[in-house]
Every structure is written in C-alpha cells, then in structure tokens.
Design a protein around this ligand. Structure first.
Ligand code: SAH
Length: 514
C-alpha cells in the first residue's frame, strides 16, 4: 500500500443554475485547486475552465434524465477512493447540492469512511428561474411561503410522499423541479385539491442561460401551452400569484438583444469587453478564437540561438507571445534570465515591456511609436552596424524590422518560437452553427479578425463565403475593418460612427430594435 503524502479532502459544491457567474466565490476558489473533479450534467460547462488543466475529470451525470453513466454506488466509491489517495476531490453538482441533488447521501458516505469534507451551497435553479423570469418568489402582497417540490413522482401513484391536500392550498408559491413530463397530472392534482384553476403558472427552461425560455399560463392551460411550445427539460414550474409580476419585472428576457446569437472573434483583451457588453444587453455570444498558437515546425534556430546567447548584442521582442514562448524554451533548456546578461533587450511597446518585467527584465529600449517601423528606427538610432541581433517571433511575420536592421548593417537572426494556425475544429463548429441558423450576426473589431475569420471558415473563394454567410449580419467597428469585409464581397450591416467597442454595441442594439 502506498502511503499518501498529504491528507485528501472532499468538497461538495453547488455549481448554481448554469451561468458560470452564479457559482459562489468559495466554490470557485476550490475549483481552482481541484485535483479530481466529479461532475454532473451541468447547464453550462464553462465552470470547467476554472479547473486546473491536469485535473482528473470524471463525468458522473445523466443526460436527459435517462442514461446513468455511473450508479450512485460507483460515484460514492470513486469519491471515497480518491480522497483516501490524498487528493482534493470536488463533487460539483448543478444548483444546490442539497436540493434534489443527493448531496446528503454522498456526504453520509464520506462520514462513514471517516474522511474530511466541506459542503458549499449553490444558487438553486428555483431561485434562479424566478429571478431571471422576473418573478419575485415571495411578495408581501400575495405570498409569504414557498415550497420546493419534486415533480418526478407521479401524483397518482399509490404511495406518494407529497401531501397534495396540504400543499395545494397551504403554500403560496409552489416550485416543481423535474416536473415537465408529469405536468398534466401535477396541475390536475392541484386543482383537485382546491387550488384555483385560474392560478398563474410559469414554466422556465434553461434558467439564467442566454437561451432561457419562459411560458406563462394558468393551472388549467399551462400543460397544453408547454406541449404546444415544445418546452422540454430542464425546466421548472412556478405556481402562484407571484407569476403575475413577470408582466412588470421581466428584465432578463426583455433585454434588447435577448435571443440574438452573435459571434465574437476572439483577439486578446478586446473580446472580453465586447462579450460583456453584448451579454449585458441579452445577446448570446458565440466566442470563437480565430487563431490558435502552436509550437514552430522546428526549434532548430531558436535552440541554436539560445546555445549562443553570449554572442548577441541585442534581443528584440515584438509580441507578448514571443516573450512567453522564448522564455518557456529557455527554461526547457535548463536556463533562465541570467543567460541574457550582457545582451541588450528591446521591447516593441509598453505592454511587451511590462510582460518582460514579469521575467525580471527591464527593457533597455522601448520605441516612441509601438510598431515594427518604430522599433527599427529606434534601433538604427542606437547604431546597429555590425551588431548581432536576435528576434524570436512567430513563424510568419512582417519583415520590415529585420529588413531595416539588415540594410543598416545589422546581422539579424530570426528564431521562430511559435506559429499562428487557423483553428480547423473551431471553423467546422462555426460553419455548423451558421448552417443551423444559430448565428444572427458576426462582429469584427479589426481587419485581422476579418481575415482570420475567413481563413477559419475554410471556403474555396468569395462565392462560397458569401453563400455561407448569406443570412448572417455583419458588424464592423470602423471604416478600415469595414473595407476589409467588403474586400471579400460581403456587406456591412452595422458600423458605428465612433470606433469603440461601446459604440459598436450601441449600434448593434439600435440595428436589432429596427
Ligand atoms: N440541485 C439542483 C436540482 C437538481 S434536480 C438545484 O438545486 O437546482 C434537476 C432539475 O432541476 C431539472 O429537472 C430542472 O427541473 C431543474 N433545473 C436545473 N437547472 C435548471 C435550469 N438552468 N433551468 C431550469 N430548470 C433547471
């Protein structure tokens, strides 16, 4: 038997209803140090981004309520085994783990095994569904009590554990989990036990998600409405007069871009501002990286340069990626920044210089204008004649810097430390989304997002491109970006007067209002 070096611990964490922003701060903190994650079918899988890359992921859920991948016994056993082996094991469950989540049973197993554990509550889907459908779950004017009820049990079965005679009239707001299939018998049963057939009812599907959908009726009508509208699980049923407040308080589904699916082509920090502003207006953002970073085809040049760093006079960094990948390779070869002593170092701009500081290096030169031309001019002013200059960078890049340095007598060595590759898989996913009519608009914040997007779609030419995008609207941040869009034979539907992300989002909102 191997003796674990550290004590394992289990954490039972509520993931919340689906929006990754609705997990607790404590829950997220623990996710970030998880070694083993045992998770259920979650409304959104973006929480998995918080988990370290090397964590073991075990999917324990059921999809659509039928097929169990693991029995409850197997889940309990996996949990206990991993904790005994000294691991930080997280059991992540949708909503709150103690509300129809079998959280209690799993903790009992840990107690039985004498293991250390902690439980973290989550936002239960009833609370989220009510809030996001604009229904105050209690309200002084109409109800002062709420019940959470499983709709999984058939009300007409002989041994129901639900006191229908009492809850029908004894509780103000009733929320049924897992009750879509049984909705006709649930509503009939409530009416039979004395609840007014005209009581308003809301059914909320995918609460808190950008594709949330709600329908409203009464105890008499809701079952038919749900069938007619094709509402399927996961959904919650809220019964009670509080549902009427939705008419006034529907803040979420009532937002201007609600239901619109908008592609955001990701490039660095711009994307997050765009996603957050579009999201606040209700849009469902489909984020696609149009570039993925791969190692260069060969490390030969970089390795040779790293082996002879002392021979260089200058080391030039023209991008953040170049810095990260150069230092990664340096470390891989058992060296660190001390190997750069005696070499002068230049950064193309402020941001690049700041990243160099993280590696303990203060740049000797930052040009006034943060471009390849700017850096070349500043270097020439320093004097490059006869100097040996190393430029670690992407495999494909603009040549202006190296050419200017060479023209002025510099001996330039280019060492590719990474390459940009169009992400083929993302492109395929995106084309599928477009084909299914799941994309209303694509946004471009620079010319390179346009060209990268087009190469990602992997089309044979402009004709095919236009055919693929014929039902998709296009937003461009400014005239230069718009010109690049038109170069591909596409037309621009939205272009703000001021070239900022905020103005672009305002223009998109106006466009869809019309
Ligand atoms: N522990 C969970 C509930 C698990 S039972 C919680 O606290 O929320 C599963 C049921 O929860 C589903 O059948 C559905 O009724 C409801 N549910 C979970 N997530 C939901 C969501 N995002 N929108 C609507 N209903 C949801």
């Amino acid at each position: 038997m191997t003796i674990p070096t550290k004590k394992g611990k289990a954490y039972l964490i509520g993931a919340g209803p689906g929006d990754p922003g609705l997990i607790t701060v404590r829950g997220k903190e623990i996710l970030q140090k998880t070694e083993v994650l045992i998770y259920d079918y979650l409304a959104g899988d973006r929480l998995l981004d918080f988990v370290p890359d090397d964590a073991e992921l075990i999917y324990a859920g059921k999809k659509g309520g039928v097929k169990h991948t693991h029995t409850q016994d197997e889940i309990n056993q996996m949990l206990v085994e991993r904790v005994r082996a000294g691991k930080i094991v997280v059991r992540l469950k949708g909503g709150d783990p103690f509300i129809f989540g079998r959280g209690g049973e799993e903790l009992e197993e840990l107690v039985k095994a004498g293991l250390d554990y902690e439980a973290v509550p989550g936002v239960t889907s009833a609370s989220a569904a009510a809030t996001f459908a604009g229904i105050p779950i209690t309200h002084r004017n109409c109800t002062s009590s709420v019940a959470f009820i499983t709709g999984h049990e058939r009300p007409d079965k002989d041994e129901t554990s639900i006191a229908w005679d009492k809850i029908s009239t004894g509780v103000g707001t009733l929320v049924f989990y897992m009750g879509i299939k049984n909705l006709p018998s649930i509503t009939a049963n409530l009416i039979k036990h004395g609840r007014d057939p005209k009581t308003p009812v809301a059914v909320v599907r995918w609460a808190s998600m950008p594709y949330q959908r709600s329908v409203v009726g009464t105890l008499e009508t809701i079952a038919d409405i749900v069938t007619k509208e094709g509402i399927k699980p996961p959904a919650l049923t809220i019964v009670g007069d509080v549902v009427n407040y939705r008419q006034k308080l529907d803040w979420y589904e009532g937002r201007p871009l609600f239901g619109k699916r908008i592609v955001v082509t990701r490039t660095r920090e711009q994307a997050s501002e765009l996603v957050s502003l579009l999201g606040e207006n209700g849009a469902y953002c489909l984020e696609h990286a149009t570039i993925s970073i791969h190692p260069p085809d060969s490390w030969q040049e970089a390795d040779a340069a790293i082996d002879s760093l002392a021979d260089f006079d200058w080391l030039l960094f023209t991008s953040i990626n170049a810095i990260h990948h150069f230092f990664k390779r340096l470390q891989k070869k058992g060296k660190d920044c001390r190997a750069l002593h005696g070499v002068s170092i230049a950064a193309i701009g402020r941001v690049t210089a700041d990243v160099l500081l993280e590696y303990g290096i203060c740049a000797d030169l930052i040009p006034e204008s943060f471009t390849g031309e700017g850096l070349a001019a500043a270097m020439v002013r320093e004097g490059v004649d006869g100097k040996k200059i190393l430029i670690p960078r992407a495999l494909k890049a603009r040549k202006v810097l190296e050419e200017t340095l060479a023209e002025n007598g510099g001996k330039v060595i280019i060492a590719p430390v990474y390459q940009n590759v169009p992400p083929v898989y993302e492109g395929t996913v995106l084309r599928e989304e477009i084909k299914n009519g799941d994309v209303d608009m694509v946004t471009f914040t620079s010319s390179s997002t346009v060209t990268n997007f087009v190469s990602m779609l992997n089309v044979s030419g402009n004709d095919e491109l236009q055919a693929v995008l014929k039902d998709v609207k296009i937003a461009a941040i400014g005239p230069v970006t718009a010109k690049t869009v038109r170069k591909f034979g596409l037309s621009v539907d939205v272009q703000p007067e001021i070239y900022t992300i905020a103005a672009m989002v305002d223009s998109i909102v106006d466009y869809f209002k019309k």
